[in-house]
Ligand binder design. Structure first.
Ligand code: ZN
Length: 786
């Protein structure tokens, strides 16, 4: 309430009190006692009523006014006049999200209701297209809020997330399970062959129909109700999983003195010292935490086995049973609910449900694929292990010394130095963040003729930079945000998202995409800029590939943006193939201080050591993929001890060697418990078949920067996104299905006597053995009478 209003109210009260006093005085003077009392009472009633009204009117008016001004000041309810319509980050405040969510849901609900209420015969336009266009505000606020809470969250935003999550889940289910809406969608779907639809319209109709079926549209009322409850519970569980995960990372520190830091490269020490100082852990002390840029360099360089063990164990025990941020009951609950959901929808397991609309289609195909790589990879990793064990015994003069999982990075690095005379730390100065970024820009310019221009635009954090992307003809293609360094409030890992997906307005105008990449790279410290490891450099290329997929997108309908999850890593992973090509390194790997280009012998060493340690890297990736599959192919849930289940799946059943842990253990495997990769972590290695085979197209052309092949890749793979199935797009680009051979060769797993087993051959076998009806959903088949 403002002071002006308060003054008015006080004035009214004073005037009212004075008038009242005068009236009482007059009454007391001139009337007999009995009558006087009556009069006083009626006067009192009269003035009380007047007083209440006098006070209430301005208060209500002020409340209405303040509500109105909050709405009017809410950027979600106004048009964004920022450059290219990027989110007005600097004007967005936490209190804006909730009203925007509520209003966004209300509008979409009204849009759906009007589709359902329409008495016109169902057509593509009045049902499918109207549905595709619905929920614009809701989509915007969800994307903006999602981007912010992943990259820069705080308690206030988390509280909003917790409050909104059940409402969002209920809103989504109310649409997914709306019988009136589904009846209309089905009517259009059933007549799709004769309705004169073009390819994109038919594709969208099929996608929408399938999405509704997978969302439970064919279930009875009781099942629908149960499904909604499950969805709501799952959304809350994944928020709790994520929060525990972040809190566990924030909670742990290994703090050491300079004397315990022998062997660590100066850059690593400098960053650890800066961290300790920032966090008030004492001057001249060094702090390491559970983010990868912190613990991996320590494990790689510290000769202190006790400290390596301490730090690596802390990583492995994050959110473990009995810890302060225990995720194991949440995992049990999630697996139970996911399994139940799959059963309701007519699938044997959650993995069966998840894979049904992916390239892989069935768990059997995923297992067949992973198992085929597992054996040679484990053999190679075992050879690597033996070599390290020998080194450890030799160095320690102890023929009974044992090699542990916390030793792997340390001895691998020693062997790499010994065999290839290559110290990764010495490469860092050539990979400053700035230079790597300009290398990626140059690569994109070579391949597609696109260019990047830094722009001043609103950001959600001061570390974020923004670029406009210009197409080959200098027309505006889109905007990319980049956010590189770890901080509390940012999830771990690296990812790419969208603030605004590409699209078309009703009158055919192109809506340009706004994409963002978020990483947790080595930070700058002191006067040293951010110097990336080779792994981080590769990650940057990877995420940029996702961003290009978003930027080059050219689909007519929003519902055709999505691609199969086991296809979506093709655009990203193919970019990794260029990261260390000598021709590109010569252009971007420039020493940040001396300005000298990377020496030829270092390029040679990077190249010759690229197959080094591949056994380990493949096995830790496959182990995580297999543990993901195992927990999600559970046919009947019964409570399980999370660590036992995982140990059994990997060590007992598949003979994983004790020196290697899966890339993520369940309690902090956020890809599969709160990311989008449940029963889908295999996608990375699955897509590697595609990316290696696709990159071979560049090599075969004789020019790895071939504009022609790149243009083909853009037009046939990147631009059409979800317009066709992934394998169809791929075949169109490559003229054939991909071969697994380049993947095996790329990871050094190819034995020359190995029979050539191509995806094409297996796909043909698979087709031959598949029943005629394509959808694997038995419920769907029943309803359609197929
Ligand atoms: Zn990716």
């Amino acid at each position: 309430m403002n002071t002006k209003l308060l003054t008015v109210i006080i004035a009214i009260v004073i005037v009212w009190a004075l008038v009242h006093a005068v009236a009482v005085w007059l009454i007391r003077r001139n009337t007999p006692a009995e009558e006087r009392r009556k009069k006083i009472r009626s006067w009192l009633r009269y003035w009380v009523v007047c007083g209440v009204i006098a006070l209430a009117v301005p208060a209500v008016a002020s409340y209405v006014k303040s509500q109105k001004s909050a709405d009017m000041g809410n950027p979600f309810f106004t048009e964004w006049t920022t450059p290219f319509g990027v989110p007005p980050w600097e004007d967005l405040r936490p209190e804006h999200y909730k009203p925007a969510f509520i209003e966004g849901m209300r509008i979409q609900r009204a849009e759906i209701d009007s589709i359902v209420a329409s008495t016109a015969a169902p057509t593509f336009e009045n049902v499918i297209l109207a549905y595709d266009r619905s929920g614009e505000l809701y989509g915007t606020v969800s994307r903006v809020f999602g981007a912010l809470t992943s990259a820069d969250t705080n308690d206030e935003l988390e509280a909003i997330k917790n409050e909104m999550s059940p409402l969002q889940s209920a809103h989504g289910d109310a649409i997914a399970l709306d019988e009136g809406l589904f009846a209309k969608i089905k009517a259009v779907y059933d007549s799709r062959a004769t309705a004169g639809l073009d390819d994109a319209q038919r594709r969208l109709t099929e996608r929408v129909y399938q999405r509704f079926v997978r969302g439970g549209a064919l279930l009875d009322d009781a099942q629908k109700e149960e499904l909604s409850k499950i969805n709501e519970e799952l959304s809350l569980l994944s928020i709790r999983f994520d929060k525990n995960n972040r809190d566990a990372v924030i909670d742990y520190r290994l703090v050491i003195d300079e004397t315990d830091a022998t062997g660590l490269p100066s850059g690593v020490k400098e960053r650890a010292r800066a961290r300790a100082e920032d966090e008030g852990l004492g001057a001249d002390r060094l702090a390491f935490n559970l983010s990868k840029p912190s613990w991996i360099p320590f494990l790689t360089a510290s000769p202190r086995e006790d400290l390596r063990k301490q730090l690596y164990t802390a990583w492995l025990e994050q959110c473990a049973q009995g810890s302060a941020f225990d995720n194991t009951q949440i995992i049990n609950d999630m697996v139970r609910l996911r399994t139940r959901r799959a059963h309701i929808l007519g699938y044997e397991s959650f993995a069966d449900f998840q894979l049904d609309d992916k390239m892989a289609k069935t768990p059997a195909r995923v297992y067949e694929f992973l198992d085929a790589i597992w054996t040679p990879a484990l053999e190679k990793a075992t050879e690597e292990r033996d070599e390290m064990l020998e080194m450890k015994r030799r160095e320690s003069n102890d023929s009974t010394a044992v090699l542990h999982s916390w030793d792997w990075w340390y001895y691998a690095e020693k062997i790499r130095k010994e065999r290839f005379n290559f110290d990764e730390e010495q490469a860092r100065p050539y990979f400053s963040l700035e230079n790597v970024r300009s290398g990626i820009f140059k690569l994109c310019n070579k391949l597609w003729g696109i260019s990047f221009r830094p722009i001043v635009a609103p950001v959600y954090h001061k570390d974020v930079s923004v670029y406009e992307v210009l197409d080959i003809d200098n027309s505006h293609l889109g905007v990319i945000y980049m956010d590189f360094f770890p901080r509390p409030g940012k999830s771990s890992g690296a990812w790419c998202g969208t603030f605004r997906p590409q699209g078309y307005t009703a009158d055919g105008g192109r809506i340009s995409p706004i994409t963002n990449i978020v990483c947790n790279f080595t930070e700058p410290s002191g006067g040293t800029p951010a110097l990336l490891s080779l792994d981080e450099t590769e990650t940057f290329f990877h995420e940029f590939g996702h961003a290009l997929h978003n930027l080059f997108s050219d689909v007519p309908y929003r519902g055709l943006q999505g691609t199969e999850r086991d296809f979506v890593e093709l655009p990203s992973q193919i970019m990794e193939n260029w990261a260390f090509q000598p021709a590109l390194l010569a252009e971007y790997a420039i020493h940040y201080r001396s300005g000298e280009a990377i020496p030829a012998r270092m390029v040679e060493r990077i190249e010759s050591s690229s197959l080094f340690n591949q056994g380990f890297m493949t096995v830790e990736l496959l182990a995580a993929s297999l543990s993901d599959m195992d927990v999600h192919t559970m046919k009947e849930y019964s409570p399980f001890v999370v660590s036992d289940f995982e140990r059994y799946a990997l060590f007992t059943k598949r003979g994983l060697i004790p020196q290697i842990e899966p890339r993520y253990r369940y309690p902090y495997f956020s890809h599969i418990f709160d990311g989008g990769y449940s029963a889908g972590y295999y996608s990375y290695i699955w897509a590697e078949v595609l990316d290696q085979d696709a990159f071979a197209a560049f090599e075969e052309s004789g020019d790895i920067f071939s504009r022609k092949v790149a243009d083909d890749f853009r037009r046939k793979i990147l631009a059409p996104r979800g317009m066709r199935d992934g394998m169809d797009l791929y075949r169109d680009f490559r003229g054939a299905e991909p071969s697994r051979e380049p993947l095996m060769r790329g990871r050094g797993l190819l034995k020359e006597d190995l029979p050539a087993d191509t995806l094409a051959a297996r796909h043909a076998r698979d087709l031959a053995s598949r029943p005629q009806t394509a959808p694997a959903d038995s419920v769907l088949r029943q309803i359609l009478g197929e």
